[in-house]
Design a protein around this ligand. Structure first.
Ligand code: PLP
Length: 254
């Protein structure tokens, strides 16, 4: 019998169903991959704002990871929102034990609405302890700037910097690989929509699924960018509610 590709998702829950664990599972299933989840934090949010964040204890995060590893064979790991130093330490210990797995780390710092999803005091630990275990990190431009301010350098980490806008017509993502001297750029036409909530989550999950299936980093990134572009393109004609809506990978029914 076939075992499906299995992705471990370590991330926060978005009650609005746009980003976080909800986006990650949506992308996993769309890519015919089984997603298992260790939830780090609950966010009470909708498409317009994050009302509150409830981090889970390091112990509960660890329990979820142990329960998963006792039973499943994991092909890759995607890490999203971590919120505080205690959770970063727990996840770092996990990555140390499973360092041979492909690990895609989306260093989630700020929600699309501008709300904080990572405590200031946790950023040093993220850069110093956890990032060294990542196969690839996927900061957007503002997250990249935050990491640089906390001592991050491109030299030691494969890094995809997303969201470089060239004027208003196109979006460029830049992939810096440690094995290559010049970055690879991926440019796509900019799609005029606010329905991009969860695009970073979706991108990093899609990359992790391809790495799990044995594609190289560059090919995994190219496939994931194409998928997210398609998801935003389909979302542009969808209106779920007032704020920033989710990506769309299929036609919804009503
Ligand atoms: N994770 C959670 C739980 C979130 O709520 C958010 C944003 O609201 C994110 C991650 C990052 O979302 P995006 O992919 O839009 O950057």
């Amino acid at each position: 019998m076939n075992r499906p590709t299995t992705l471990l998702i370590i991330a926060g829950s978005d009650s609005g169903g746009c980003a976080g664990i909800q986006a990650d599972l949506r992308v996993s299933y769309h890519l015919q991959c089984h997603g298992v989840t260790a939830i780090t934090a609950l966010t009470a949010q909708n498409t317009q704002k994050v009302e509150s964040v409830y981090p889970l204890s390091g112990e509960i995060v660890e329990d979820q990871l142990e329960a998963i590893m006792d039973d499943f064979t994991i092909d890759a790991v995607k890490i999203g929102m971590l919120f505080n130093q205690e959770i970063i330490e727990t996840v770092t210990n996990f990555c140390r034990k499973h360092a041979s797995l492909p690990i895609v780390l989306d260093p989630v710092c700020i929600a699309t609405s501008g709300d904080l999803l990572l405590e200031d005091t946790a950023i040093n630990g993220l850069v110093r302890d956890l990032i060294p275990y990542a196969t690839l990190i996927t900061p957007n431009l503002s997250e990249y700037q935050i990491l640089l301010n906390h001592g991050f350098t491109l030299e030691y980490t494969n890094t995809l910097i997303t969201g470089g806008d060239e004027g208003l017509k196109s979006v460029t993502d830049l992939l810096h690989l440690m094995s290559e001297n010049t970055p690879t750029s991926f440019t796509n036409p900019k799609i005029n929509t606010f329905n991009t909530h969860g695009s970073g989550c979706s991108l990093s999950t899609a990359i992790a699924v391809s790495l799990a299936r044995g594609y190289c980093i560059k090919e995994s990134v190219a496939r994931a960018i194409a998928l997210v572009h398609q998801g935003i393109n389909m979302a542009k004609s969808m209106k779920i509610t007032k704020g920033n809506g989710p990506l769309c990978f299929y036609t919804y029914a009503n």
